[in-house]
Write a protein that binds this ligand. Structure first.
Ligand code: AHR
Length: 493
């Protein structure tokens, strides 16, 4: 039996677990909006058409911030098509997903939904087919109190008070040749800087995200970030990162090690941003907005796009997730937490139906996928200070990433109520007996051990195991291979 030892100590502080790390994403893509969050006439829908069953699951998931309206969709979107009387809204071609967009759901409906869901909105402006002026018009609509053309339009639409949206994405994946309005790093960097500068003239309180690379494998990766930030560094607050891990080839050892890649990706973006910051003599350090991440069976997208013409809200990439995928998602969350000092926002993509933790049937039920559980449990229990852990222990070989550490761990300590949550992933196939050295937290007692065991293909929900006993400040747990685990401890109150 393999063994490992993990020392957990309050002195090993990384940073606060920002609630914004538990974000999600609603794009006008497939059935995420239409048939997902919004379906007028559905038995669970309210008078606006917002599905109550999906709202309930969103709240249960513990999502903190939701990015909207895209994604690739935003790069050809005219936001004003989606406000005002629904009967007057135009039907448009959405080039990103070869779909007819009815605009029955738009900004004001999203803001009502966000309020009901209890999430912070994160809006994206179109820097593909549009530019500075349209971003300003949208910001005037959302954040200006009144007495100007767009703020008064909002009031005429029944929204007296400004929304006060704080988080904004300056476009989406403009490094990608698939993007409508794709740009070079020079072109985008200038546009992002000018848009940011002007947006802060309307509302200096906004936090702005410049587009980083669409993924770490892009040929322009790192050079893109460097050039964009040469132009935009002083005007923005975050640089974005996106990544999807594809299990289609059935190479389970590699997909289970996906977080190794995310970890390196974060380190490289931080190094690139800090290099530019140093060159520009900037004291302020940027954070990463990891505003798209997930497991995605990407081979299915082309198949979905090929088999139809221009239609409304087709089913697109409605991936069914396994227990292995849930372990990967749990490990990606562990990795985001381990970088809590430099990752300030993260959004799992997407929320409903499209590569999502929540699935629905049109006119029918809504349900949780396997990946729902590690997200919901991490969002609920990762509160307080994130603590660095160095698990050591065994390693194993993978085709994609070479030799990788089998264990991946992080701990989060809630100083206020004395709770300590340990998140531990075994990426390997063999169980690992792991000693948790908790002598830095005198008097703790274990209260719960939940595990998603990917060795048991039939069980995609967390299983409750016996919590470990503490002996001289040490607890021993068996981490099945492969599995995601949450072990919770509590100090005496
Ligand atoms: O989330 C699906 C798509 O993936 C998004 O629209 C795009 O930004 C990314 O490539």
């Amino acid at each position: 039996m393999d063994t490992a030892r993990v020392v957990i100590d309050p002195a090993f502080r990384i940073g606060e677990a920002d609630r914004r790390l538990f974000g999600s994403f609603v794009e006008h893509m497939g059935r995420c909006v239409y048939g997902g969050v919004f379906e007028p006439g559905h038995p669970a829908a309210d008078r606006l058409g917002l599905r109550g069953d999906v709202l309930e699951l969103t709240r249960e998931l513990g999502v903190s911030v939701v990015r909207y309206p895209g994604g690739n969709f935003v790069s050809g979107y005219r936001w004003e098509d989606g406000v005002g009387p629904v009967g007057d809204r135009p039907r448009r071609l959405d080039l990103a997903w070869k779909t007819v967009e009815t605009n029955a759901f738009g900004l004001d409906e999203f803001m009502v939904w966000a309020r009901e869901a209890g999430v912070e909105p994160m809006l994206a402006v179109n820097l593909g087919t549009r530019g500075v002026q349209d971003a300003l018009d949208l910001l005037e609509y959302t954040n200006h109190p009144g007495g100007s053309y767009f703020s008064d339009a909002r009031r005429q639409h029944g929204v007296e008070q400004p929304y006060g949206v704080r988080l904004w994405c300056l476009g989406n994946e403009l490094d990608g040749p698939w993007q409508v309005g794709h740009k070079t790093a020079e072109e985008y960097g200038r546009l992002a800087a000018e848009t940011a500068r002007a947006m802060k003239m309307i509302d200096p309180g906004v936090s702005l995200v410049a587009c980083g690379s669409s993924n770490r494998g892009m040929p322009t990766f790192a050079a893109w970030e460097a050039t964009v930030l040469e132009h935009a560094y002083e005007h923005v607050d975050y640089i974005s990162a996106h990544t999807y891990y594809d299990p289609s080839d059935g190479d389970r050892a590699s997909i289970l090690a996906s977080a190794v890649d995310m970890d390196a990706f974060i380190d490289e973006v931080v190094a690139t941003a800090d290099h530019v910051g140093a060159r520009l003599r900037q004291r302020r350090r940027l954070k990463i907005s990891f505003d798209e991440w997930n497991v995605w069976y990407q081979s299915r997208l082309q198949h979905d796009l090929d088999r139809r013409g221009w239609v409304e809200a087709p089913a697109l990439i409605e991936d069914d997730y396994t227990a292995t995928d849930a372990v990967v998602v749990g490990d990606l969350l562990v990795t985001l937490l381990r970088h809590a000092d430099r990752v300030g926002v993260a959004c799992q993509a997407q929320l409903v139906n499209v590569i999502a933790p929540i699935r629905t049937e049109n006119g029918g039920r809504a349900w949780r996928q396997s990946i729902f559980h590690p997200f919901a449990l991490t969002a609920r229990h990762a509160r307080g200070t994130v603590l660095r852990t160095e698990p050591g222990g065994p390693s194993h070989d993978t085709k994609r990433y070479g030799s990788v550490a089998s264990l991946s761990t992080v701990a989060v300590h809630d100083e206020e109520d004395g709770a300590l949550s340990v998140f531990a992933v075994n990426r390997g196939e063999s169980p690992v007996t792991t000693e948790l050295d908790l002598r830095g937290f005198p008097g703790l007692a274990a209260v719960e051990h939940l595990a998603i065991d990917a060795g048991d293909a039939t069980d995609v929900t967390p299983r409750r195991l016996d919590p470990p006993r503490l002996d001289g400040g040490r607890a021993t747990v068996r981490l099945a291979g492969p599995s995601w685990n949450l072990i919770r401890f509590q100090a005496p109150r």
